[in-house]
Design a protein around this ligand. Sequence first.
Ligand SMILES: C[S@@+](CC[C@H](N)C(=O)[O-])C[C@H]1O[C@@H](n2cnc3c(N)ncnc32)[C@H](O)[C@@H]1O
Length: 278
Amino acid sequence: MTTAYDWTGRIGDVWAEEWRRTDRSFTNLTPHLNAAILAAATPQTRKIIDIGCGAGATSLATAPALPNATVTGIDLSPTLIEIARHRSETQANASFECADITVAAPNHAPTDLYVSRHGVMFFADPIAAFTILAEAAAPDAGLVFSCFAERAVNRWATEIVTATGGDAHSPTSTTPGPFAFADPSHVATILEESGWHAATPQRIAFSYRAGEGTDPVADAVDYFCRIGPAASAIRDAAPGERERHIARLTQVCERYCDGDTVEFPAAAWIWTARKSAN
Ligand SMILES: C[S@@+](CC[C@H](N)C(=O)[O-])C[C@H]1O[C@@H](n2cnc3c(N)ncnc32)[C@H](O)[C@@H]1O
């Protein structure tokens, strides 16, 4: 479970330190999400909110593509917001706010389009959160977000969990976290009950880029020691065990290394929906 407390604290800080490598991990997914966002925008789209914007990648892709709109990225983590602000200094129609989206959304009403790359799976009460978003949305507003599909096909997660002694085959649960929105029927119910209609998932198989450069295996191992489902197991391991975890992780990354990249099979959903008529 990843809580608001985690994002405002240590996990948010690690993501802020690692924003280039987290962005890179989504290299092969991001173009699909950005295309879906542009397809959902209309000539009337003026106010866009990027939910859980992190270091701002989606806001910074959307703002220049839709110059007649303003994009506000909202995130719980002050350190991620600081980076997003720094990256956006020359992008006049992008701004960033450190807040809980469920508190901040009403202040931005009416929003024409909500977007998010993997920022909506952490709500403690998703129906309540999406209801707040719908209530703060303009009539016929759009919603576009990505989230991971089931854990079993996301080999970047299962392989590294297995390598570090965890149970990679525990069933995907709806507990807030990276795989909370893996089940499309669960998400469809949330959206329907919170005031969103025409909810449609598009499944995207992609390669999760964990490492690259002159020593892509070392890069990937270092990345997984910092972030993701094995990082805490490695960090908390007893002396000796830690070295064994890293040795097994290195073998896994070697298997998925091709030339100057380490890429793992992965899959995500890209959801689109529109606000229901009152
Ligand atoms: C997996 S990260 C994705 C970050 C960014 N969208 C990206 O693609 O790099 C999830 C982000 O959602 C943010 N988040 C989670 N719950 C939130 C909430 N209730 N309000 C605002 N941000 C939230 C976290 O702080 C975190 O930065």
